[in-house]
Design a binder for this molecule. Structure first.
Ligand code: B12
Length: 343
């Protein structure tokens, strides 16, 4: 059977309409848009990757700029999930390739990107077991043993989770199953996956190509983590709670308006401090100041949209640099972070 030729009204043209459906939290209309494209002959893979995926990125930008609330983001993501499910139900492909287990790392709640990858692999004929969000390493490994998988595809959306990702990768390695990873957590070009000595795919299409290349799949790059010998990483992990306390004490003393913070504002400040420490720790783990400075640039935007001046962040980084004077790499990264705040 020959597929009908794609018409002009492809994902690009349908994109504004799909975004409107997300904004209106209208799952029926969103599903109609996706199914209409399929009926017009647009391949399901393109609907997933050129319509739903970029719409979710836009949702993220609106959340980041405080244009959308967390509730609006949750509602939109639910609608996208429904659209993915509708596309999947509409395109039944009998698996003729091996079993691929697709899973989010422990502590990773961004299941939709991994789901999109899983659906594309399914469309390419792989027999996909999708495990969803935050799977504990031990459970994943026992699943892999039980399942005799061709490969496991692990997703990580947040760079601060990289040390955990590495432990998960090591656990899968012990199960002797080829691993590939993906998601924005590994950096724009997958550079932090190379540090951890694991294959990386930039998107679902690249993942499908890699899985089909048996020789490459069984030859992961070698890991490059000699810098961990300096013990800065475990030191930072041990100091996490103290660092958050120190940051909070300093902010409370210097920012008079904090006295009037609501519980939600206070919790959000604690969470921001936790993210600063966790991103710094992850940057030290992979020895790349760019991990930290790109996070700081992102945080400046987030704080700016919430009317928090950049000098508050600069001050926190300064306090951490003073506290961590015995951690040369962390110290250097904090200074690079301060430069990013001012740029
Ligand atoms: C929806 C969403 C959530 C939902 C997820 C629900 C779900 N069911 O997935 C919830 C509410 C749980 C969430 C939580 C958080 N989120 Co969020 N989230 C998003 C959002 C808006 C969309 C995710 C998505 O579907 N993306 C669409 C996919 C297609 O894009 P993608 O990730 O680039 O995926 C492609 C490739 O990377 C690759 N790929 C992805 N995964 C994999 C896996 C494999 C194996 C392979 C091979 C390839 C691959 O292929 C994909 C298709 O081409 C993103 C914005 C964004 N740009 O992604 C933010 C985003 C990722 N979140 C963000 C943040 C900060 C958070 C929180 C920390 C917020 C908070 N303060 O609590 C928490 C962290 C939770 C956790 N521990 O995991 C930030 C991260 C910023 C940063 N500096 O790292 C983002 C970028 C938003 C933003 N613009 O600021 N989030």
């Amino acid at each position: 059977m020959t597929a009908p030729a794609p018409t002009a009204a492809g994902p690009v043209e349908a994109y504004p309409e799909f975004l409107d459906c997300l904004a209106a939290a209208d799952e029926y209309a969103a599903t109609d848009v996706a199914l209409r494209l399929l009926e017009e002959g647009v391949p399901a893979e393109r609907v997933l990757l050129d319509l739903i995926a970029p719409a979710q990125e836009q949702v993220g930008r609106w959340w980041q700029r405080n244009v959308w609330s967390v509730a609006q983001e949750h509602a939109a993501t639910h609608v996208s999930e429904r659209a993915v499910a509708a596309v999947a139900a509409h395109t039944r492909v009998r698996p003729h390739l091996g079993r691929v287990v697709v899973s989010c790392m422990d502590g990773e709640w961004h299941a939709l990107p991994a789901r999109l990858v899983g659906e594309v692999l399914r469309l390419r004929g792989w027999d996909v077991a999708f495990l969803g969000a935050s799977v504990p390493a031990a459970h994943l490994v026992s699943y892999l043993h039980r399942d005799d998988a061709h490969a496991v595809a692990l997703a990580c959306a947040l760079p601060m989770r990289l040390p955990h990702a590495h432990r998960m990768i090591e656990a899968c390695r012990r199960a002797d199953v080829p691993i590939l990873v993906g998601g924005r957590g590994f950096g724009p070009d997958g550079r932090w996956a190379r540090r951890l000595g694991v294959h990386w795919a930039g998107d679902a299409t690249a993942a499908a190509d890699l899985l089909a290349d048996e020789r490459r799949l069984h030859r992961p790059p070698s890991e490059d983590l000699d810098h961990l010998a300096d013990d800065e990483y475990p030191g930072l992990v041990k100091s996490r709670a103290d660092l958050i306390d120190t940051g909070l004490r300093d902010l409370t003393a210097r920012v008079p308006s904090m006295a009037d913070y609501t519980t939600a504002q206070f919790d959000s400040t604690v969470s921001d401090l936790g993210h600063i420490v966790d991103f710094l720790t992850a940057a030290v783990y992979v020895d790349d100041d760019a991990l930290f400075t790109s996070f700081i640039a992102w945080m400046v935007e987030v704080l700016d949209s919430r009317k928090v001046p950049p000098r508050t962040l600069d001050r926190v980084l300064d306090v951490y640099a003073e506290t961590l004077h015995d951690f040369p790499r962390a110290h250097r990264f904090l200074h690079a972070g301060r430069a990013a705040v001012r740029s």
